[in-house]
Design a protein around this ligand. Structure first.
Ligand code: CAA
Length: 261
């Protein structure tokens, strides 16, 4: 375990091939202000380019993953100001991370916090977690992808009910409707996230990146184009050392030793 310094609103920690980004603004329940966005994006981008890292976990505190975008920071802004600074635009770089990202959610994941979790590939939640998009109660709408990603995740009817009412969704319901991957007992959350991330990070890095790129395409492309892209990624992996090692290990009845290249 080794800390990476220089950040004020997050802490970064490495555990073998897994990197942890801890959101750390306890005074505001980890509300996502511009500084936190920039720090998360900077850390995630650096880790994405680090061959020693195979998976990233984003987490908050026991009380809050993140209680939304920072309402106080945007309260007095005009449309022209929001447009000029592209207020949430930086998050696109987080969604573009090539490696698998797991959200380990405890407590509140509201508004932008819920949207940040939805940008991750896998959401693990403590049984204490609550999700929701309460933006309409503030006179606005979700602004970090919530209207798009929730509709894709849940289908229109369920997403519409959650967005238009702004109601909170508990962890059990969130699992049942497919908003999250899995709910675990609160005291197991961090261990389960580390175990899952380690099992992912042990796999071939080129294959992980290809899998994520192909799955991302499923959200963007018509089926035939998506399948063509999958074929391209699948075929390209046959020039990797890890493909040779993975298939040789199968024949030799042993565990593969991936070199992640
Ligand atoms: N922005 C700024 N500050 C926030 C915040 C937010 N989203 N959420 C909580 N805080 C601050 C509170 O203002 C409070 O600070 P002070 O002590 O200085 O007053 C501190 O965090 C602790 O919060 P509470 O005292 O409110 O804690 P609570 O336990 O009583 O309530 C809560 C917890 C229900 C999560 C409540 O804080 C809350 O409703 N937060 C706002 C939730 C929300 O509306 N999120 C959507 C934001 S808009 C958005 O996200 C837009 C988008 O699409 C990107």
């Amino acid at each position: 375990t080794e800390g990476t310094g220089g950040y004020r609103t997050i802490r970064v920690e490495r555990r073998d091939r897994v990197a942890w980004i801890h959101l750390d603004r306890p005074e505001a329940l980890n509300a996502l202000n511009v500084q936190l966005m920039r720090e998360v994006v900077a850390a995630a981008t650096e880790l994405d380019g680090d061959d020693g890292i195979g998976a990233i976990v984003v987490t908050g505190s026991e009380r809050a993953f993140a209680a939304g975008a920072d309402i106080k920071e945007m309260a007095t802004k005009s449309t022209a100001e929001m447009r000029a600074d592209g207020h949430f635009g930086g998050w696109a770089a987080f969604a573009a991370v090539r490696k698998p990202v797991i959200a380990a959610v405890s407590g509140y994941a509201l508004g932008g916090g819920c949207e940040l979790a939805l940008m991750c590939d896998i959401i693990l939640a403590a049984d204490s977690a609550t999700f929701g998009l309460p933006e309409l109660s503030l006179g606005v709408i979700p602004g970090i992808g919530g209207t798009q990603r929730l509709v894709r995740a849940l289908g229109y009817p369920k997403a519409a009910e959650i967005i238009l009412t702004g109601r909170r969704v508990g962890a059990e319901e969130a699992e049942r409707i497919g908003l999250i991957s899995r709910v675990v007992p609160a005291d197991r959350l961090l261990d389960e996230a580390q175990e899952m991330a380690a099992s992912i990070a042990a796999k071939s890095l080129p294959a992980l990146v290809a899998a994520k790129a192909a799955m991302d395409a499923a959200l963007e492309m018509p089926l035939a184009e998506g399948i063509a892209l999958e074929t391209e990624h699948f075929t390209a992996l046959f020039d990797t050392e890890d493909q040779q090692e993975g298939m040789a290990a199968f024949s030799e009845k042993r565990e593969p030793r991936f070199r992640h290249r």
